[in-house]
Design a protein around this ligand. Structure first.
Ligand SMILES: [Mg+2]
Length: 182
């Protein structure tokens, strides 16, 4: 399958003031190992992340690259990798279809890996992740890390269902490996 991962709140702790430095990228326990597990089972992994901190002028693209270098090297240490990382730098007031809830990054990823929506699953913690995935018609797993519990508590719109709920990325990956998701 093609597994599309949101970043903040899924791989690393969400921060309301944005991850602005590599030091502020704090991994959620088990997340890196879960990605390595997807890799070793032959699944393709891509990150699809909104990074409006660029469009807002809070950090530069170079800083974002440095933050992602930390992710890639930490992953390498556990034998994992992401096959591609997509980010939407758009500020909310100048959003393109790439910024979630737009599905632009999802379509780019499916095109790049030549995967169908039926063979693609999103793992995210926000309503906008679910909305983008629903637009792209791919499977959806909500994790309870990051904003996930809040998203679940607010109630999931019927048009976004079905959504599988997992404790964290580790459990979401178990669902994928066992084929236990809607
Ligand atoms: Mg998130």
């Amino acid at each position: 399958m093609l597994v599309l991962l949101d970043r903040d709140g899924v791989l690393n702790e969400d921060r309301s003031d944005f991850v602005k430095t590599p030091e502020e990228l704090v991994f959620i326990p088990g997340a890196l190992e879960a990605i390595a597990s997807l890799n070793s089972h032959g699944h393709k992994v891509a990150v699809v992340t909104n990074q409006s901190c660029i469009g807002r002028g809070i950090i530069t693209p170079d800083t974002l690259s440095n933050i992602h270098e930390k992710l890639f090297s930490a992953l390498a240490q556990v034998g994992g990798r992401v096959d591609q990382l997509f980010f939407a730098p758009d500020a909310p007031w100048k959003a393109t279809e790439n910024r979630k809830p737009g599905a632009g990054m999802f379509f780019s990823a499916m095109q790049m890996f030549r995967e169908t929506p039926q063979n693609t699953v999103l793992i995210g913690d926000s309503k906008t992740d679910l909305q983008a995935a629903a637009k792209a018609k791919c499977h959806r797993i909500l994790v309870q890390t990051g904003k996930g519990r809040k998203t679940q508590k607010q109630g999931i719109d019927p048009d976004l269902l079905p959504v599988s709920i997992a404790k964290d990325l580790s459990q979401a990956v178990d669902y994928i490996l066992e084929g236990r998701f809607s």
